[in-house]
Design a protein around this ligand. Structure first.
Ligand code: F6R
Length: 610
């Protein structure tokens, strides 16, 4: 949630900060702001809404047009509101009397700190938790007259999870930073300039060497140098620098209208990457595991949020069916507070595209603390979860920029399918015959994710009809039930239309009361799994006038609309093909409504608050 950038150097600071914020905009876009300092003089710009509003403001002021040749220091932020409304006053950077701060995460004890600071005469102008940081810093600086000591004293008082950048007129050529539970990376290039960001995308193309900070690392960036500290002690050897990729190409839209569309189209090729090197002849190979890692495992516990949770739920069917291992799936925000009974013979699997989702990180930490072996299935290397889990299995989906997750889901399900086979083999619960036929099906899967243009066009046409009405039910059985949850989530998050996923067989236990001509039903009717049972459930809805769109390889005349998917021997092929249809359908409805598909309202790409 939210994005942070910082820069010290002689380049055009406004441009560098703005470009960096544009890269992070998908993480939050309620408001944005930058604060820069050149020749000891501060400039601040803030705007509500997207970065383009901030850009307009900056370039309306003619003196900001050219800013080269002098050394400047600056910080910027794009916000997803947690405390206080998305207004300019609440936008970062927050100013004290002579310092600015930007912050990701949450300061849990901000109320106590705020009361304390008000009592010593500090004036607050925003409703944010962030503002306490800058006042606290200045309170200590006024006492200690040393900005490093004041910064250390400040962070020693903060509770919560955060990453922070602070600049001050008291020492204008420095940026102070701390990382604790929220990501932060520092990068440099041959010019010796320093760039800071909360993820690597703003750094690509500018710098060539990067360090992803560990929790508890603070420090100071100067022009040409950076110092790192942990608990006030200087650290040098433990800071690992690594090369940054040099091309931004993979993060561009490539002619598609939206990142979501591009990422939907990419799925067929990215799952090839997901499988690469992990299928050898008739074996699944995960080099990520030591040979005895899965020894004595008698159950699997999966925890995740949102789309990743839906992947986990899909995985639970595959684990029980293919590896015959007891599998439980928990929404991470529930799991963390239910005081679960945990056995150290259970394998814990966290699933997360970003690796930064606060609830999933906590669930993972809880499992680890309870002595469970932990695995994270994740798309972002060097993310918080990959640092906690015993084993990381990377999705290899490439950067996912659309807020509505697409290729992360298909790669997650692919990894879980492979894992179910791998575990089955390790614990000797799967026959060689079944393993062989499943691997064959896995290998064939990418072709079911290739988008049929006729289907895409049909979704475009149908989107007109399915704009109105009282809402949607997406229904399916078995793995098509989690798929129906995912279809409903996609539709609601980008079209803002109410939609609910439901097990097809459960409709008659209550929800069917809603059926009438204003209720739309999207029915997932695979040929290879419980077709007749699902068909009966759909007929029950048709009998009560619900408008039905059937997605199936078998033509179903009673439905109002029908999208024909390919015939396949394996239900997982049908699963992936229907997934694409659902993604395209929701995207086309959202486009027809004129919504911003990549940055839907109220959402953010990475949810680092609980
Ligand atoms: C929906 C979506 C979210 C995320 C959820 C978890 O399209 O993207 O529901 O799946 O916020 O995020 P990760 O996977 O990053 O832990």
């Amino acid at each position: 949630m939210c994005g942070i950038v910082g820069y010290i150097g002689k380049k055009d600071i406004n441009k560098i900060l703005l470009d960096g914020l544009k890269e992070l905009e998908y993480r939050g876009y309620d408001s944005a702001g930058i604060a820069t300092m050149s020749d000891g003089e501060f400039k601040e710009y803030k705007a509500v809404g997207k970065i383009k509003n901030l850009e307009k403001k900056i370039y309306q002021t003619s003196e900001t047009k050219n800013n080269t040749d002098k050394s400047s220091t600056g910080i910027g932020h794009t916000r997803w509101a947690t405390h206080g409304k998305p207004t300019e006053l609440n936008a970062h950077p927050h100013l004290g009397d002579y310092s600015y701060v930007v912050h990701n995460g949450i300061i849990e004890n901000y109320k106590e700190l705020k009361d304390e600071l008000i009592q010593v005469g500090k004036k607050f102008v925003s409703q944010t938790d962030t503002e306490v940081i800058v006042h606290l810093f200045e309170y200590y600086f006024d006492k200690l007259n040393d900005s490093k000591k004041a910064f250390d004293a400040t962070i020693s008082r903060l509770q919560g999870a955060y990453s922070i950048l602070l600049i001050t007129q008291a020492q204008p050529d420095k940026i102070y930073f701390i990382k604790l539970g929220s990501p932060l990376a520092i990068a440099t290039c041959s010019d010796g300039e320093y760039y800071i960001a909360s993820s690597q995308s703003p750094l690509i193309g500018l710098a060539n060497s990067v360090t992803y900070l560990e929790d508890g690392i603070s420090g100071v960036v100067y022009e040409n140098k950076v110092e790192f500290f942990e608990k006030n002690k200087r650290v040098t050897n433990d800071i690992k620098w690594q090369d940054l990729p040099i091309s931004k190409l993979s993060a561009q839209k490539d002619g598609f209208r939206f990142f979501m569309e591009k990422e939907t189209y990419e799925q067929s090729s990215v799952i090839v990457d997901t499988m690469m090197g992990r299928i050898k002849d008739d074996e699944i190979v995960f080099d990520e595991f030591d040979s005895d890692f899965l020894k004595n495992i008698d159950g699997v516990l999966i925890s995740a949020c949102g789309t990743s949770y839906h992947a986990g739920l899909t995985g639970s069917y595959l684990f029980e069916r293919l590896s015959k291992i007891r599998t439980q799936v928990e929404v991470a925000s529930e799991f963390r507070y239910k005081q679960p009974l945990l056995s150290n013979k259970t394998l814990f699997i966290a699933i997360s595209q970003s690796g930064e989702t606060a609830d999933t990180i906590e669930a993972l930490k809880m499992a680890k603390k309870a002595g469970l072996k932990t695995v994270v299935v994740c798309n972002v290397d060097n993310s918080s979860m990959t640092r906690v889990a015993d084993v990381t299995i990377l999705l290899r989906a490439g950067i996912e920029k659309g807020v509505a997750s697409t290729k992360a889901f298909s790669t997650q399900v692919t990894v879980l399918w492979m894992l179910s086979l791998y575990i089955g083999k390790q614990i000797k619960t799967i026959s060689n015959k079944l393993l062989k036929s499943e691997i064959k099906a896995l290998r064939e899967t990418p072709k079911y994710l290739i988008i049929d243009e006729n289907i895409h066009q049909k979704c475009q046409r149908l989107s007109k009809r399915y704009l109105h009405g009282d809402g949607f039910f997406f229904i399916g059985r078995d793995v098509f039930y989690p798929l129906s949850l995912e279809g409903a989530l996609k539709l609601k998050e980008i079209s803002y239309i109410h939609a609910q996923g439901y097990p097809a067989g459960e409709m008659k236990h209550g929800p069917i009361a809603l059926a009438d001509e204003k209720l739309f039903t999207i029915a997932l009717m695979p040929k290879g799994l419980l077709y007749e049972k699902t068909k009966s459930n759909v007929q029950e809805l048709i009998a009560r006038d619900s408008v039905v769109l059937s997605i199936s390889p078998i033509s179903f005349k009673l439905a109002d609309d029908f999208i024909k998917t390919k015939d396949s021997e394996h239900y997982m092929h049908e699963f992936f093909e229907m997934l694409v249809v659902l993604q395209l359908f929701s995207m086309e409805v959202a486009i027809r409504l004129g919504n911003d598909v990549d940055m839907p309202r109220n959402l953010a790409k990475s949810v680092t608050v609980e």
